[in-house]
Design a protein around this ligand. Sequence first.
Ligand code: PGA
Length: 250
Amino acid sequence: MRKKIVAGNWKMHKNAEQTEDLLNELIAKIPTDTDTNVIVAPTFVNLASAVDHLEFTNIKVAAQNVHQAEGGAFTGEISADMLKSVGVDIVILGHSERRAIFHETDALIANKVNTALEHDMTVIFCFGEELKDRQSANHFNVVENQLKDGLFQIEAKDWEQVVLAYEPVWAIGTGETASPEQAQEMHEFIRETVRKTYGNEVADTVSILYGGSVKPENAKEIFSKPDVDGGLIGGAALKADDFVAIVTAI
Ligand code: PGA
């Protein structure tokens, strides 16, 4: 069975105190009997305290990035071993902001994926087309290439540790959401692309999240589509009530 997942990407928001406040609200408000996997991704400096804070809850903690090397002279970077050592074993990779602002290429992302998997971490692999790709009807190609160049180097057995997050760049932080039909059409294409290379078992069990301006008002309709297994939430993950409403919309 495919896992239902709602993950909050906090990006560069929330200092230590604000992180604790938001976590406390989430602990109080997320139903304990939910079968949805709930994940939050605070900033690096708040990861260790978040893990401690959430120890006796079913909310998991993810990092927003990891460096591909084991260690060394890489000022400002964080290794997979460091994340694991504070209890973080999920990492978001390939986010469009990392690709666009920090110039991460498919090849670099592939390296990071490999490193994370070698450390037995779960990877939330993000990808999605830009507006110009959709306008030129090239979006399926772009998405297929991002998968092939950034992820399809992994082995079939590694897929247990991979979650896909389709995030059309034109929908991230813009308030403009893909329609449920657009999301479904692309998610189905993604699942079939995975099937062609890795076969039925992988394609039918991998969770594919949608991301891009998911809000309490549109979550239910998007999540109701057969190939949408949850969401990666940015802005709406910063307000407890909105995030909880999205979690319970599945
Ligand atoms: P958004 O961000 O929900 O604010 O559009 C989604 C994301 O960047 O993962």
